[in-house]
Design a protein around this ligand. Structure first.
Ligand code: SF4
Ligand code: SF4
Length: 318
């Protein structure tokens, strides 16, 4: 795989600083039942990096002593961490809102029976990738058969109340482009998704989040191999929107890797670009520390967050 980092280090992206910390985004490990082409984590079934119980207890301690109100769980497939249910149960007891970045197919894997019911019981918000409402496009990006299993996963969640009006069980879908284009209008695409998915499969969801593909890891390597890296970066820079700077997710989120080290965001974690450019810092170093005002570590990939309508784990920024 081609290393994108040397191509991103020299940057003219403007300096940014942290605001109030509201969200801890935790990567529970790189193990996944899928191997999607755009995956910025290079996750897959053979990865062995998994967060251990001791680090999970540090996460829970951090939640106890901080004002952080949202725990955002990612991976890999976060549910494949053997302590996933322990963490969710304990965080729920603390009154923290939990988001599970679920790939939907995990719901039908052998050994994960009862997962959907567990998510309901703990009022977990589900955020699920579905890069298209057409089967061929999804299978091309995420693997053969993934679309049908994803639809079945949404149907199972709908049957338990997810995405249904007034249920309080939020199901959001995530779209990212299949190629090198920027995402289309989030509002317009959400309307099309709602119409198509309802008409074709009788399924429901709350919001659609559009996310720009980041020029790092597997997608970045693919860009390099297709000689598309420089044109893609140029496109991101040409569509730079200063208005998005205020709301880039690193201003309010702290990203934690499977070993407990902290980063300004998940993308920086994947580039091994440490929190605030301070060298490797562990979450246990930040207990009772006010991070507001700390400079954020930036490189050229940050243009992926500010291009066009902007991009974050919660979709468009403007
Ligand atoms: S499901 Fe998510 S974590 Fe797993 S390979 Fe696909 S993009 Fe990566
Ligand atoms: S890539 Fe990360 S550090 Fe850069 S702007 Fe986006 S969220 Fe912030």
């Amino acid at each position: 795989m081609h290393d994108c980092r040397p191509l991103l280090e020299k940057t003219d992206f403007p300096a940014i600083h942290r605001g109030k910390l509201t969200t801890l985004q935790v990567n529970l490990g790189y193990l996944c039942n899928q191997t999607c082409i755009h995956c910025h984590v290079d996750a897959g079934p053979r990865r062995t990096e998994i967060m251990q119980r001791e680090t999970i207890d540090t996460i829970l301690y951090f939640l106890r002593v901080s004002d952080v109100k949202t725990l955002d769980l990612t991976g890999g497939a976060p549910e494949m961490n053997p302590d996933f249910r322990y963490l969710v149960h304990e965080a729920h007891q603390l009154g923290v809102k939990i988001i599970d970045r679920c790939n939907l197919t995990i719901l039908s894997e052998v050994g994960y029976e009862g997962l959907a019911e567990f998510l309901v019981e703990h009022q977990v918000e589900v955020s699920a990738s579905l890069p298209c409402y057409l089967s061929d496009n999804v299978d091309a990006q995420r693997g053969n058969g993934v679309f049908a299993r994803s639809i079945a996963g949404i149907q199972a969640l709908n049957a338990l109340g997810y995405g249904q009006k007034d249920s309080g069980l939020e199901l959001n879908l995530v779209y990212n482009p299949t190629g090198t284009s920027l995402p289309p209008s989030q509002i317009e695409l959400q309307a099309a998704y709602k119409k198509e998915l309802n008409e074709r499969f009788n399924i429901y969801f709350n919001q659609l989040f559009t996310i720009t593909n980041m020029p790092i890891k597997r997608f970045g390597s693919w860009l390099i191999s297709k000689r598309e890296f420089d044109p893609y970066m140029q496109q991101l820079k040409e569509h730079y929107s200063e208005a998005n700077l205020e709301s880039v997710m690193c201003r309010s989120l702290l990203s934690v890797d499977w070993q407990g080290y902290v980063y300004d965001c998940d993308f920086n974690q994947m580039l091994d670009l440490p929190y605030a450019n301070q060298g490797k810092r562990h979450l246990s170093d930040l207990l009772n520390v006010n991070v507001e005002g700390t400079p954020i570590a930036i490189m050229d990939h940050c243009y992926g967050c500010t291009a066009g309508q902007g991009s974050s784990c919660g979709g468009a920024l403007d």
